[in-house]
Design a binder for this molecule. Structure first.
Ligand SMILES: [Zn+2]
Length: 318
């Protein structure tokens, strides 16, 4: 096996770790996407991974850089393609949710469109150049700049039992507190599922911070995935807790602009019908008092005082 592994302008011969900026033409701009290729010295599976699909999700970006740049290609079987910061314009602008080039949420635009707007073109490049052809795919996220969350993984059901079982193995290897199973239209993992590629979404941390304990938790989970996929031999021990599977998910969104005062905390288990907080006007009058639609755990909670109609307040999973 002497053929280099190539992503755009970047090429890695066997037994090397190559890093560089790959230009991606998305129409109004040419993005400079930082990529690392670890091409192992012996043949094996190919894993692809993205961080920073949302540009202000720093725990995922910090953890992926740390794991990938610390790998020794001579000890790697197979190969790893890592997009270290998948939405560079969003990272630079510190935007929440969206790509500033066109105001679209990248993780709602997969598999993308070669002839679409900037975000749709970026999704198309990630799908065709990074995800396609992989034996497994990992998408590393955390709560956005304005979100607190509990660590969780998410997988899709493709209808192919062997692919679904493999996705479950990847999630189990990550070893986070909760596992959500269900469809997520427009996301990376849906695009991977459509290609028959086992995939896992992993979420740790948030609120624009990247504390050491969160980076360590994300990095350790990703290393366990690389071991489960057969790329490396060693990884940190799994956490002592059991992963709880949460098959039903419900997002709650504001219906009005205002000031968000949650009455619950992230990680709380909330019964259906419980009032989860208030959106107030500038003078303290209550505009809405939303109630939980299902019994569930608060898996993420918007922590900013500012709230806009249509924006998420929180998500429950149960
Ligand atoms: Zn995200």
């Amino acid at each position: 096996m002497t053929t280099p592994l190539t992503i755009g302008s970047l090429s890695a011969p066997p037994g090397t770790l190559v890093t560089g900026v790959v230009p991606v033409d998305v129409g109004p701009a040419i993005l400079e996407v930082p990529v690392a290729i670890v091409h192992g010295s012996s043949p094996g599976p190919r894993v692809s991974v993205t961080a920073g699909i949302h540009g202000a999700e720093y725990v995922s970006i910090a953890a992926l850089r740390e794991v990938v740049l610390g790998l020794d290609p001579s000890a790697v079987t197979g190969s790893l393609i890592a997009v270290l910061t998948a939405s560079p314009a969003a990272f630079a602008a510190r935007t929440i949710y969206v790509n500033p080039l066109d105001g679209l949420n990248l993780n709602r635009q997969f598999p993308g469109d070669r002839n679409g707007s900037a975000t749709q073109r970026l999704a198309h490049w990630l799908t065709t150049a990074v995800i396609a052809g992989s034996d497994a795919f990992v998408d590393m996220h955390c709560g956005d700049m304005n979100e607190a969350l509990v660590p969780f993984t998410g997988i899709e059901e493709t209808g192919d039992p062997s692919v679904d079982a493999r996705s479950r193995e990847l999630a189990d290897a990550y070893g986070l507190r909760y596992l959500l199973i269900g469809p997520s239209p427009g996301t990376t993992t849906t695009a991977a599922a459509a290609l028959g590629i086992p995939a896992v979404l992993a979420e740790v941390g948030g609120q624009g911070r990247w504390p050491r304990e969160d980076v360590d938790l994300h990095a350790a989970g990703f290393r366990r995935v690389l071991r489960a996929a057969g790329l490396i031999d060693t990884a940190p021990a799994a956490p002592a807790h059991h992963t709880t599977v949460l098959p039903t998910e419900a997002w709650m969104r504001a219906t009005t602009n205002g000031y968000w005062h949650p009455a619950i905390a992230v990680g709380d288990r909330v019964p259906a019908g419980r009032v989860v907080g208030e959106v107030q006007d500038a003078f303290g009058a209550v505009l809405e008092r939303p109630a939980a639609p299902i019994d569930g755990v608060v898996i993420f909670l918007v922590s900013s005082l500012a709230m806009n109609a249509g924006d998420p307040l929180l998500a429950l999973a149960g």
